[in-house]
Design a protein around this ligand. Structure first.
Ligand code: HEM
Length: 307
């Protein structure tokens, strides 16, 4: 299989930087921007050499419209813009984006150094739509205090969940990306007991052990996102990180998947548009303020897009 970009399969290190850009004039400037984006793996090597132990990686992904501007006629089968959801006062807005640079390493300063160099490379051909600086919080907890990532695929399962395979051979080794920035209402969250919080997540707070049987409501987060199809559980590889100062903080959610309909189905069950009349009650304590879909091509296809 074509080689995937380096940041998708490995478990993440403690710092992440998410940069979502809009290309000002995709028709005229698109090919130049794609050439610059294709040079990012080489740039990562240079910046990463400052401290090899920091394990700097950066995954480059393209939004649906921008993909069409640089590669009309040859596109990943599932790539489409994220459709906003608005239901009973809950909303998952679609804010979009042409390029996503997802940087991860053991050093925040190296992530920032790389992001600044990427911005220099792209110059005024792009605008920043969204930027979040993520950090590992305590023992890999979300700011709600719950461990995030317990049931993330491990080992070989990660590539199986994240990477396109023979079903779309031109894009094998690539991955669909779904992002949402959530702003938590931590004041409201702190007001409820640990027992109530555990019923909202579906796991125990200290050790992430799953609540059993009746103790786990059908409206708990994990009850909504665990979906079985043809006897198999649908899987995504999450690389989400807490972000933000105390004035506005939450989770930058990001998932890599071999199919885009998998995170779409999970979100639909969370928001309450899947038809069973239920929604994820965790959503009463947090709000999505952005949402977008992208495709992270294999290293080979990324190089070809820059030709
Ligand atoms: C505010 C946003 C979110 C928060 C705070 C959050 C938090 C959590 C936590 C604490 C867990 C349990 C531990 C674990 O297995 O990782 C979890 C599991 C999970 N979440 Fe989320 N999550 C959020 C959004 C989402 C979204 C948008 C999706 C999908 C579109 C999603 C998909 C999943 C999946 C697939 C699991 C694993 C379930 C299992 O197999 O047990 N989450 N999340």
């Amino acid at each position: 299989m074509a080689q995937p970009q380096a940041g998708i399969i490995p478990e993440p290190n403690p710092f992440a930087l998410f940069l979502i850009l809009r290309v000002r004039d995709p028709a005229a400037g698109g090919p130049g921007v794609a050439r610059a984006a294709a040079r990012v793996p080489a740039l990562v090597k240079r910046v990463g050499a400052i401290d090899a132990r920091a394990k700097l990686v950066c995954t480059v992904s393209f939004g649906s419209k921008f993909w069409d501007a640089v590669s009309p006629g040859k596109r990943p089968a599932d790539l489409r813009p994220f459709k906003a959801i608005e239901v009973s006062g809950r909303s998952a807005p679609s804010t979009g984006g042409d390029l996503l640079f997802h940087t991860n390493s053991k050093r925040h300063d190296l992530n920032l150094e790389l992001a600044m160099r990427i911005r220099n490379l792209l110059g005024d051909r792009v605008d920043v739509m969204e930027e979040a600086h993520g950090f590992r919080y305590l023992d890999s907890r979300d700011l709600t205090g719950f461990i995030d990532g317990t049931e993330n695929p491990k080992g070989r399962e990660r590539a199986r969940a994240a990477l396109v395979g023979v079903e779309d051979p031109d894009f094998a080794g690539g991955s669909y990306v779904f992002t949402q920035r959530y702003v938590h209402n931590l004041k409201k969250w702190a007001f409820i007991s640990q027992n109530e919080q555990e019923k909202l997540i579906g796991r125990r707070k200290p050790d992430s052990k799953e609540l059993s049987g009746r103790a786990k409501p059908p409206t708990a987060h994990i009850s909504r996102v665990v979906i079985e199809e043809n006897g198999e559980e649908l899987q995504i590889v999450r690389h989400s990180f807490p972000y933000g100062p105390t004035s506005e903080s939450g989770l930058f959610f990001i998932a890599y998947s071999k199919r885009l309909d998998i995170p779409e189905k999970m979100l639909s069950r969370m928001m309450g548009t899947s038809g069973d009349g239920l929604h994820d009650h965790l959503m009463n304590y947090t709000e999505a303020v952005s949402g977008a879909t992208f495709f992270a091509p294999s290293l080979h296809v990324l190089k070809m897009l820059g030709k």
